[in-house]
Design a protein. Sequence first.
Length: 665
Amino acid sequence: MLPFLTPYRHGFVRAAVCVPLVRVADPAYNAERTIALAERAAAQHAAVALFPELGLSGYTCDDLFHQSALLDATEKALGKVLAASEDWETVLLLGLPLRVEHRLLNVCAVVQKGTLLGLVPKTYLPNYREFYEKRQFASGRDVATREVVLLGQTVPLGSDLVFTCTNLPDFALHVEICEDVWTPLPPSTFGALAGATILANLSASNITVGKADYRKALAAGQSSRCLSAYLYSAAGPGESTNDLAWDGHALIYENGERLAESARFSEDEDLILADIDLERLTQERMRQTSFADSVHDQRERLSAMRRVPFLFELPNAELPLLRHIERFPFVPDDPTLRDAHCYEAYNIQVHGLHKRLQSAKIEKLVIGVSGGLDSTHALIVACNTMDKLGLPRTNILAYTMPGFATSDHTKSNAHALMQALGVTATELDIRPSCLQMLKDLGHPFHDGEPVYDITFENVQAGDRTSHLFRLANFHNGIVLGTGDLSELALGWCTYGVGDHMSHYNVNASVPKTLIQYLIRWVAAKNLFGEEASRILISIADTEISPELIPGGEGSDKPAQKTEEKIGPYALQDFNLYYLTRFGFAPSKVAYLSLSVGDSYDLPTIKKWLEVFLWRFFKTSQFKRTCVPNGPKVGSGGSLSPRGDWRAPSDSEATLWLDELRANVP
């Protein structure tokens, strides 16, 4: 078995995109630079290395392409690279002109370990504006032969080739060249439908103002439509600048996400690397029924695609993961993207509640406000909703309901926030009614014994919700739920008449880590005034606690700290995202979590992942099968049985726990 700390063990393959120095019409020199970069890629254990279009000859040779001396020298240069590659596992994608059937083709030679695996010709030749490729080249569609003899090897030829790794079946490669991806129906689309997970584009692509952004849009769009990785390499230093310029643009995308990008306009050659998550791609294809439907619709054409097998010896060495993993997958690292994400999430919640109130012809909301994160966020969503409906915020009937462990800090924050927002604020002490219920139950706490068991906790949680529902009846309103996605995943909610239940829950698919950012975002935007923003920051800075069990005598702080019981939300939201969104094995989730590179070590990650697996798969699904309505907010998903997650309430967790314990050291 491969070491735990290597991406190849966890469904990744490493890709390299290379931009070498070239000399126009100097194949010997170009072969030297190609070999040097290919050697670097092989030393980094790359599975595939992409080079630019016509890189062995230079793209800007123009009519020199019809000179036999150049064509002969280019084939000889290919032979040099072929010989140098004998000890490399890396699959090299090399561009050159090639004579076939008295035509000249612009091809990619697919090379590995001294073998020519295949030749892929360019299909679409641009002949507009600055391009006139049809002057020198023929399209691959014009050639009848399906294989050629080159450098003593019989080699398959065509754009219908999918290169498939025999010992890593998810590693399948399709190649197209430059203009091919600019067309309405790129050849790589059919390559993906035929099973290719990595699509590669050898490009020259001169640079003009704004073109780099369009390239990125093309690569992002094709990778997301095809649920694939997309590698792109444009010509760089050394191409002729008679009438054009070159920026040496290298890109690696995966399902719409940019993994790596080169510096542009560099004077030196460049190589970028990224680890592509093949399992993620195949999981997405398995889920997205429209992908399979597209395969069905093109089955006749796809049945004619040819598979070229190759073996890639997996590196048996510890390697760092070469891709950025965010600790908070529900919250983008990039500030601009995070701001846009928070704007959308917040407004989805507001519009969800807006529609529910309009539809039900209800003008009042009842909400419990604890001074904690979840109820705070639900309250500000409610305020914005009332504003949009043109209703007074006094129609929000907000109740803070102190219990046996409510701290002065959270209660004062709750009162201050309700006052700052201008809602109808009431304090309702639940302790007398809780004591009566504990007495009715015969619970020893009623007689003064400090027994803080689950009954003691749930009597308080249930009493609060029971009051809210009856208040909603009395005032002709609906109860606004506050519980979040993270709590629902972990079963950290009191079932039935507890915080599990409401008439509508705006936080139902919003994880705890995102709620923290949303509150800070609302404060930063000053949506409700400076005083409200100050209180929101205070609430966001407060340690998370259910405040159900009191601290020691004389202490105002509750005994419970949520994250000491169920684990840090930073870890548990991470686990939730990768287990439910992608269905990864627990060992891979632990590996990804460790690859974030923050303060959590592997034993800590493993410990809390075990807690998550047990609670999620074994003990809490019954709570998720009957959750209230609430809008789906993020692509990370929802746990509603009417949305993203349907599962039996009585399944076992053993399989996931065993996988974790067997595969994580």
